[in-house]
Design a protein around this ligand. Structure first.
Ligand SMILES: Nc1nc2c(c(CN[C@H]3C=C[C@H](O)[C@@H]3O)cn2[C@@H]2O[C@H](COP(=O)(O)O)[C@@H](O)[C@H]2O)c(=O)[nH]1
Length: 336
């Protein structure tokens, strides 16, 4: 078995050697202060996950099945031009980005389409998925073909190896988040978000970690969501959190990198600049979590990278207009 650095160790390793992305202590401290205030006020907690309009509200098997499908497809929603976005109307609202995926899923469920049943999606046809993802704008969901492929594969693996039930995958992990990660990446190849940096094999594991985190948050650390090592989950290295970390001054890009990003050019999966952005985001969030724990050391408030990530992601969504001068790196891949 190759020596694969797990996300936290990978983040530290990349941050130590990074040439174009830098972690700034001042920024780490200021994000930690924001987080400590926010967590102390109770404005943000494990319960925040279910408060999102489109996320499941009940802690039941249907929610678990919904999360597995959502996180299997949870990648690459960005559009090159803000005026060319895939949009799904649901409940009288227009949803874009990640939320457009959730809106399309909920719209299908309301239409009686069993989109979260592996018996259905293991053999879902191109036309059936095209109907589910039909757009309410002039633009289609990005990477449709890849979504069809990863969804069918996930369904077939569940049927063949887990008796058609994701709860059986949870069963096998004995309440260990790290075991669940290993089982998922071993059996569901679309979750194998691994790459190389300075000749080391590094795991970033964005989607498998957000899968664990969404289950933990939805079930509030109980039942299917009970993990005795949840604090070992890192932030989810997508293309939005780096923007927020730069905005808060926790990350800084070199002039060359900033120049590259402002030219709106595509990056390729695995290239050094991409891995430095993702790895430094992981490590910066670990440092923020450590600093936040110090600030809350006289309380018993749960602090982990999941809650920091969710807060930053929601913040970036809410205040996107504040971050328009901070470009996000553009890649088309199935990992984030
Ligand atoms: N790091 C991180 N990345 C996240 C999420 C989520 C959704 N989680 C929500 C559900 C409950 C939580 O409270 C969150 O509100 C999606 N993504 C990623 O973002 C990108 C889409 O962004 P945009 O184009 O703006 O929609 C894409 O790569 C997608 O994979 C997260 O939480 N953390």
């Amino acid at each position: 078995m190759k020596n694969l650095l797990t996300p936290r160790a990978a983040g530290k390793f990349i941050a130590e050697k990074s040439k174009d992305v830098f972690i700034l202590d001042e920024g780490i401290k200021s994000v930690a202060e924001v987080m400590a205030t926010c967590l102390k006020s109770g404005r943000y907690s494990i319960k925040s996950w279910k408060q999102h309009d489109l996320n499941p509200k009940k802690m039941d098997k249907a929610a678990l099945d919904w999360i597995f499908v959502a996180d299997t497809l949870n990648f690459s929603f960005w559009s090159a031009d803000d005026t060319e976005k895939y949009v799904v109307k649901y409940g009288g609202k227009d949803y874009t980005g990640y939320w457009s995926l959730c809106a399309a899923m909920n719209r299908a469920i309301d239409e009686g389409i069993p989109v979260t049943d592996p018996q259905y999606y293991a053999n879902i046809t191109k036309d059936q998925l095209a109907h589910i993802f039909r757009s309410d704008s002039d633009y289609e969901i990005p990477m449709f073909a890849q979504r069809l492929e990863v969804l069918q594969d996930a369904g077939q693996v569940l049927l063949q190896q887990f008796n058609g039930n994701f709860a059986n995958v949870i069963e096998q992990c004995n309440k260990s988040a790290q075991s669940l990660i290993k089982i998922v990446v071993e059996h569901f190849k679309s979750y194998r978000d691994e790459t190389k940096y300075e000749d080391e094999d590094v795991a970033i594991y964005k989607r498998v970690q957000i899968l664990v985190a969404d289950i933990w948050a939805c079930f509030e650390g109980e039942g299917y969501g009970e993990f005795n090592d949840i604090e070992t989950i890192t932030m989810f290295a997508d293309y939005r959190i780096p923007q927020a970390l730069v905005y808060f001054g926790a990350l800084k890009y070199s002039d060359d990198l900033m120049e590259f990003l402002k030219q709106d050019k595509m990056m390729t999966s695995g290239e050094r600049l991409e891995v430095e952005i993702r790895g430094c985001s992981i490590w910066a969030t670990e440092l923020i979590a450590e600093e936040t724990r110090k600030l809350l050391s006289d309380t018993n408030i749960t602090v982990n990278s999941i809650l920091i990530d969710h807060y930053l992601w929601d913040y970036r969504r809410e205040f996107a207009d504040k971050m328009t001068d901070i470009p996000f790196h553009k890649i088309r891949c199935i990992y984030y």
